[in-house]
Design a protein around this ligand. Sequence first.
Ligand SMILES: Nc1ncnc2c1ncn2[C@@H]1O[C@H](COP(=O)(O)OP(=O)(O)OP(=O)(O)O)[C@@H](O)[C@H]1O
Length: 260
Amino acid sequence: MTPLLRVNDVAKAFGGNQVLHGVEFDIAPGEIVGLLGPNGSGKSTLLNTITGFEAIDRGQIAFEGRRIDQMPAHRIVAAGVGRTFQLPSMPRKMSVMEVAMAASTAHHGVWGTLLGTAASRQAEAAAHAKATALLEQLLLTHVRDLPAAALSGGQKKLLGIVCALMGDPRLLMLDEPTAGVHPNLRRDIVAALQRLNAQGMTLVIVEHDMHFIREVCTRCIVLDRGRIVASCRPDELASNEHVVRAYLGSVEPKAVEETL
Ligand SMILES: Nc1ncnc2c1ncn2[C@@H]1O[C@H](COP(=O)(O)OP(=O)(O)OP(=O)(O)O)[C@@H](O)[C@H]1O
């Protein structure tokens, strides 16, 4: 079966800093994969290369069998790959609803919008209905008319997920969705991600929170200094020698239990 995502021999350097060294992995449809690794191991860079925010120096990236590594970010979104950001920044003069609407990928051209054609009005109504439903699903209905910049950090993360979902992705990549989020909101995020997966969406999640990883992920991929050192179930992490070395630099089972 063709994997949903294939990352093959991907290398990336910033100047003299070689951040990714021939990274290779596949993601199958329906998986929830945790992308782990110590600080600076290259997780966000890998996510940025897959979603078109950074060009790769070598290798190939294919989504549903089609190369996406030379595409600009907006075409990768249109192909079916959505993403969220570690620290989403929101515009001060737009409401939560307007930000969600602006993320719609259904456009009917400048003339359609300027002239208010029937097709553009229909597209706008459809985007409004979709944004309304997603804001409700992600528990943001009560703040839909507030300035997006006024949201809490956790609510901004939820709005980031809404924006990514406006593009109907089949693969959603999330960069630390629960970092700095209040436990109640964290529970909501976990529930929302599990619901999306049950509806058929594949998820790749960069995360440091091991409780979250254990609760949500079906598989973990571990990066260490730009190389994949493990691909295993969450319950196998603590006994994986490569993972232990990546996090602690030595094999100390008790300390590892505490860290992982
Ligand atoms: N745009 C950039 N320009 C220069 N160096 C960069 C850039 N982006 C990332 N790097 C470098 O790449 C390395 C890996 O960073 P990256 O953010 O991918 O790691 P990470 O695993 O996501 O870390 P963390 O868990 O702390 O978020 C770091 O040394 C970082 O300084």
